[in-house]
Design a protein around this ligand. Sequence first.
Ligand code: NDP
Length: 331
Amino acid sequence: KIYHDEDADVNIVRSKTVAFIGYGNQGRAQALNLRDSGVTNIIIGNIDDDYAKQAREDGFNPISIEEAVSQGDILMLLIPDEDQQTVWNEKIRKNIKPNSTLVVASGYNIAFNLLDLPDDMDAVMVAPRMIGAGVRDRYVQNIPYPCFVSVEKDVSGAALATCLSIACAIGATRGNGAVGSSCREEAGIDLFAEQALWPEIMAIFREGYNVLREAGFSDEAILFDMYLSKEPAEIFERAADEGFVKQLKYHSRTSQYGQLSTMNRNDGNEIREKFRRVLNDNILSGNFAKKWSDTKWAAEELAKEWKEVEKAPIVQADQRVRDVLKPDRKK
Ligand code: NDP
């Protein structure tokens, strides 16, 4: 289901007090968009630091998270996903106003039941598929951007109307409209990309490097051909604009034949089985979320993985090649 501007009544959110928990990438962009859409009662909850300073420069008057929560009819939970459960338990849960609505911008914490919602609270998702700066710039320039929306808990019977009102006020129902989804679907696809798709793609590049290097080819030649030229970025851009396989028409006939004949003969059985295991056993089962909630364990594991990846020959080659490149490519 796709929702457009005409499905939404922006007056609903205009009549509410909207409390932002967090004024970072998404928080700032969404607060400015709501204000420009005529929402007058916006409260920013943040400790007094650089984010609060930014909020003051933007004409808001930031207060503590606890106070903001206690005044909000709508709570925009826009702090990093990994901090939400702790902040919810320590600062939010006991201050929530009766009959309010929680809005999340990513499905993770609701999908895996990490937030203990009061019985009378509605919960919805308005999840832009776009960085905060993009959410703001596109709103100002009146350009549509993709967004997922969903109703997760509807006690009042008005959760969908509230959800669409917010989506419309941040500019997410323009153009092609906002895609009806769910927290489970949004989080599932997101984690699948992070734990199945992209690691596999990175491993393919790693092994590609290893095999080409074994053949005696140079670091520079291999890495420029594989990604330093930015060719993969261009291929994906054309895939998005013109079609996943239609972009092949920009490649030579030899390249088209090589890619199609090899891909068509790859039955994908092995990778499909592996992907299913990751999706079902690790992600949808909640096993990953459970482990990742242990913040001490999570920080240690992430540090270990960073240490481990430094050993991969492609990472060392990348550094060697970067060291001889011009300064602007060294980052
Ligand atoms: P940011 O990292 O930009 O959030 C920073 C804000 O969160 C600041 O206000 C910061 O305040 C606050 N914050 C961070 N840690 C804590 C804490 N422990 N306690 C209280 N406040 C804290 O987050 P994003 O805007 O990137 O993400 C917010 C939500 O939006 C997430 O659910 C994310 O998945 C989603 N999202 C993000 C997108 C993106 O491109 N960034 C795209 C789509 C959705 P302070 O440090 O002062 O406490």
